[in-house]
Design a protein around this ligand. Structure first.
Ligand code: OGA
Ligand code: NI
Length: 345
């Protein structure tokens, strides 16, 4: 519990154990101009569905990242969600102590830094609340009891966020030419909520809130609030994801990259900190259940476009992914098919 950054950060210099190696430090932050993360108006799907499909598809192919506006999740739900999660992190430590755990298998827990505080070489400037959202009626009983509105507000956000995720997946299904409803059942059955809290940091140039990574799941919907901090790695450069009012950030995870046989991109991203204000983000990570088989969709592969990945259970992938955190290509390596084998299959 003492390890939570929000417990001790105030008025302290950056501890040495939070300083990243020089090659991963954000340094002086200048947001490169040029490419910007696309913004897709989902409301347009009612009038011109084919154009919306094209926008979502292009963004997922080129960036693996986009923002959505007019997405159907109301401003009230977004504000309530951000407020209740910010309130959670602001509560005195005694109120949160029972949720603190360093056991990654706990289904609802408060922890800090990244995957394993005890074994990581250096730490990250982040506290995390993470819990399952499926099956909702079972796991809601394990969610925080305080603030008292937490369960009600987050239930609504998770239901609406899941609906939005499925809407976007259906647009991608049509864009890729898969059969309708391809992602609707097993592949999108599970969902995790991860709330990230990045307190103001004494030296944002030397540390990170979250290291470079790709999400392992199918698709992620992130409420990033008003404060900048999310960056996407594209063509050797970091591009900032501009906070926009009432927008949600969407990114493609490894599962979708694999099912689409690499037609869609799972982009590397990270979170930087700032010295002025705390930043809170709330992510919904839609994925298959851990026992589901993940493989390139059969209708997207043929002799000319052989499958690039073998079939595997998601839990097999997850345990390898967490052991290789931070290295996207290495994490995918054992699941790739060698070229000659894929030509034969
Ligand atoms: C994540 C993530 C970004 C952010 O939780 O996987 O990428 O800005 N979060 O908090
Ligand atoms: Ni992420």
């Amino acid at each position: 519990m003492e390890r939570l950054v929000s417990n001790w950060y105030n008025h302290r210099a950056l501890p040495e154990s939070y300083i990243c190696p020089p090659e991963t430090r954000p340094g002086k932050l200048s947001i490169p101009s040029g490419d910007t993360i696309p913004v897709v108006n989902l409301g347009e799907a009612l009038i011109n569905r084919s154009n919306t499909i094209l926008n979502v598809l292009r963004a997922s192919q080129k960036f693996g990242f986009f923002q959505v506006v007019n997405h159907g999740v109301s401003e009230k739900v977004l504000n309530d969600t951000m407020n209740v999660v910010e309130e959670f992190f602001k509560m005195p430590m005694e109120e949160k102590a029972s949720l603190y755990s360093e056991d990654p298998n706990k289904v609802c827990r408060l922890y800090t830094s990244n995957i394993n505080y005890g074994t990581e070489k250096y730490h990250f400037w982040r506290d995390i609340l993470k819990h399952h959202c499926h099956p909702l009626d079972d796991c809601i009983k394990l969610w925080p009891q305080k603030p008292t509105r937490y369960r009600d507000v987050i239930r609504t956000f998770s239901v609406e966020g899941k609906k939005l995720g499925l809407t976007i997946l259906e647009l991608l299904t049509e864009g890729l030419g898969l059969e309708s409803g391809y992602f609707k059942k097993d592949l999108s059955e599970a969902m995790l909520l991860v709330a990230n809290h990045y307190p103001p940091c004494p030296d944002p140039s030397l540390t990170l809130g979250l290291p470079k990574h790709c999400d392992p799941n199918l698709i992620t919907i992130l409420l990033q609030g008003h404060t900048f901090g999310l960056q996407v790695f594209k063509d050797g450069q970091w591009i900032g994801v501009q906070p926009l009012p009432n927008a949600l950030v969407v990114n493609i995870g490894h599962q979708l990259r694999i099912v689409s046989n690499k037609k869609l991109k799972s982009a590397e991203h990270r979170a930087v900190t700032n010295s002025k204000v705390a930043r809170t983000t709330v992510g919904l990570f839609i994925s298959s259940s851990e026992d589901s088989i993940i493989e390139p969709a059969k209708s997207l592969t043929n002799a000319a476009q052989p499958p690039l990945y073998r079939a595997f259970r998601y839990k097999e992938f997850l345990s390898y992914y967490f052991s290789m955190m931070g290295d996207t290509e290495l994490a995918l390596q054992p699941f790739k098919l060698p070229f000659n084998q894929s030509v034969i299959s």
